[in-house]
Design a protein around this ligand. Structure first.
Ligand SMILES: [Fe+2]
Length: 256
C-alpha cells in the first residue's frame, strides 16, 4: 500500500470516529433536554393548584372592586383564622382549607346593595334583613364549583350562633361546621378592632372582654379561649403586616 493510500484510510477512520462521537454528544444533549423538560413541566396536581388559586384571586378581585374594606377584612379574617388554627394544631391541609373558607366568608356581599353594605349609620330592619342574606349568597356563588364545595358550606354558616339563634338556619353548637365557628370569632374580632372612617377600632383587651361575654351564647367557648390566647401572642409580636398562603404579598394588619 502506498503512503498516499494510508493517509486516505486514516482520514476515513477519523471521520467515522468523529461522526460517532458527534452522534453520542447529540444523543446526550437530547436526553438532557428531555430530562429538563420533564423537570420543568407542571404536574396535573400543580396545574390544579394553580387553577384553584387563580379562581380564588379572581373572585377576591371582584370583591375588592365591590368594597375595598370587605376585601381587606376578608384577608385579615383569613390570617386570624390560620393563626388560631396553628394554635389548635391543625395540619397544613386543614390550615389551607380554613384560610380559603375565611377568604370567601363574605364573598356574598358582592350581592348586597351598596346603599346597605356601605351605609355608615345603623341599618333599618329591612336593610338588616337584606344584609343577613350575605352568607347564603356566599354559598350561592361558590356552590357549583366542586373545588369550593367545603368552603361554600363554611361560608354559609359563619353567622350561626352557638346557642342556635344565628342565621341562616339557626344551627346550634357542634352542628355548626367547626371552621364556621372559628370564622365567626375572627370575623367579629376584626370588625371590633378595625378602624373605619367613622370610628376608631377597639383595643384588643376590650374586644377580648366582648368575646368572653358572649362565649357560650354567640361563640363556641373553647375556641374563644384559644383565640384570645393566640391574639395575645399576636399582639406581642408587634408586626405591622401579615402574609397568606394563597395570595402573595404583605398585607397591613391595620384596617383603614
Ligand atoms: Fe359575614
Amino acid at each position: 500500500m502506498t503512503k498516499k493510500n494510508n493517509v486516505i484510510q486514516l482520514s476515513a477512520v477519523k471521520e467515522k470516529r468523529d461522526k460517532k462521537l458527534q452522534a453520542e454528544a447529540d444523543a446526550l444533549a437530547q436526553s438532557f433536554a428531555t430530562a429538563k423538560a420533564i423537570a420543568t413541566t407542571p404536574s396535573i396536581k400543580e396545574i390544579r393548584k394553580e387553577f384553584f388559586e387563580l379562581s380564588i384571586k379572581t373572585l377576591l378581585a371582584a370583591l375588592k372592586c365591590k368594597d375595598d374594606y370587605t376585601w381587606g377584612h376578608s384577608l385579615r379574617v383569613a390570617y386570624l383564622c390560620v393563626s388560631v388554627g396553628k394554635e389548635m394544631g391543625f395540619s397544613p391541609d386543614e390550615l389551607y382549607e380554613l384560610e380559603v373558607s375565611a377568604l370567601f366568608h363574605d364573598i356574598g356581599k358582592i350581592g348586597v346593595p351598596d346603599a346597605v353594605l356601605k351605609k355608615p349609620s345603623r341599618l333599618t330592619d329591612d336593610e338588616f334583613l337584606e344584609m343577613k342574606l350575605h352568607p347564603s349568597k356566599s354559598f350561592e356563588i361558590l356552590q357549583d364549583f366542586p373545588i369550593f364545595s367545603k368552603m361554600a358550606v363554611n361560608a354559609k354558616y359563619h353567622h350561626e350562633r352557638f346557642d342556635g339563634r344565628g342565621y341562616p338556619e339557626g344551627l346550634k353548637g357542634d352542628n355548626i361546621p367547626f371552621y364556621a365557628r372559628i370564622i365567626l370569632i375572627a370575623d367579629t374580632f376584626d370588625a371590633m378592632t378595625s378602624t373605619r372612617p367613622y370610628r376608631k377600632g377597639l383595643p384588643f383587651d376590650v374586644a377580648f372582654s366582648e368575646l368572653r361575654e358572649f362565649a357560650g351564647t354567640q361563640f363556641d367557648p373553647q375556641i374563644v379561649e384559644k383565640f384570645i390566647s393566640c391574639m395575645t401572642k399576636e399582639q406581642s409580636k408587634n408586626e405591622e403586616t401579615f402574609k397568606l398562603q394563597v395570595i402573595a404579598g404583605d398585607f397591613k394588619k391595620d384596617a383603614a
